[in-house]
Design a binder for this molecule. Structure first.
Ligand code: ADP
Ligand code: MG
Length: 289
């Protein structure tokens, strides 16, 4: 392909809301054979809602107050779901001190001098050594596709918050149109395997679950050893994985970090645009498969 063909390909892409950052990125997109998807905010809408609260001894209000106090400063979609829910219920909560985030695990802080931890059941198991008799409740909620986070106060598990996100309406179609182009798709998520399985089976995609941000990087590298990989994400925790892929693609609504790190972006926030992007890149390069 000539430089002129590439320039007009990039312009044509831009008119369709497909941002490709230059000729090198277009060239790489034309050669992609696998796509790794982040789940939250990429295959799902990324505005999860609290759907259930289970308590052990304390009231729902207390559980929410403590959780919201430590999640208040976080931009994580789960954190925002908890804070939004507390606000919607007009529940007053303070601000925690010494808040610290463990990427892909949870968040902790001090409320009235006592430790509060909000995070994944496996993270809490590491923190307090058990998740009590909560295991069945957790698994039941996860099998319905929920993400369950536990709330620990002063070393005791006092509640579970079940949070659920809506699949993007074009997610299944996106996977199918990539299949038609001969591209294999896989969903990479830090979420639990049961929720991941429930979601993946609805759209017909392979998955790996329970991945920490650094595990996503390792997985992308593993896939890349077989054939060129594009990674699509919205950037909360995903910037390293986007960077390690052959091509990093940001969802249009993604964080600034993702947009900066990425080689391309879907500015209309449509996952079906991925197939268009690859189709257009192949056509520009004269690649026929
Ligand atoms: P994903 O791969 O779906 O984007 P993340 O890597 O961001 O997920 O997070 C993985 C898991 O870590 C979440 O499902 C949740 O259990 C836990 N987690 C991460 N951040 C938070 C937070 N701010 N509050 C509570 N739990 C969290
Ligand atoms: Mg994420």
């Amino acid at each position: 392909s000539t430089p002129a063909a590439v320039t007009s390909g990039l312009a044509r892409a831009a008119r369709q809301g497909l941002l490709i950052k230059g000729g090198a990125a277009l060239e790489q997109l034309g050669h992609i054979q696998q796509i790794a998807f982040d789940k939250t905010g990429t295959l799902t809408e990324g505005r999860p809602q609290v759907v259930d609260i289970v308590t052990f001894g304390e009231s729902q209000e207390t559980v929410l107050q403590l959780a919201a106090a430590v999640e208040k400063g976080s931009r994580h979609p789960l954190a925002q779901a908890i804070v939004r829910y507390a606000d919607d219920k007009s529940i007053q909560f303070g601000e925690a001190d010494n808040v610290s985030v463990s990427a892909g695990k949870g968040v902790s802080g001090l409320v009235d001098g006592k430790a509060v931890v909000v995070g994944s059941p496996s993270h809490l198991k590491d923190e307090i050594g058990h998740v009590k008799d909560a295991v069945q409740g957790i698994e039941g909620l996860e099998e319905q596709g929920c993400t369950v986070v536990g709330v620990v106060f002063d070393g005791e598990l006092i509640g579970l918050i079940a949070i659920s996100d809506t699949l993007r309406e074009d997610a299944e179609e996106a996977i199918q149109s990539l299949n038609k182009l001969g591209i294999t798709s896989i969903m990479l998520t830090g979420d639990n395997p049961r929720a991941a399985a429930a979601i993946a089976s609805r759209i017909g995609v392979d998955y790996r679950a329970g991945l920490l941000p650094e595990d996503k990087v390792t997985t992308v590298r593993e896939l890349q050893a077989k054939a060129p990989v594009a990674m699509v994400g919205d950037g909360i925790n995903d910037a390293p994985a986007l960077k390690s892929a052959h091509v990093g693609i940001a969802m249009g609504n993604g964080t600034d970090v993702a947009l900066e790190t990425a080689d391309a972006a879907l500015t209309h926030e449509k996952v079906t645009d991925l197939a268009n992007m690859i189709d257009l890149s192949r056509a520009t390069l004269g690649i026929i498969r």
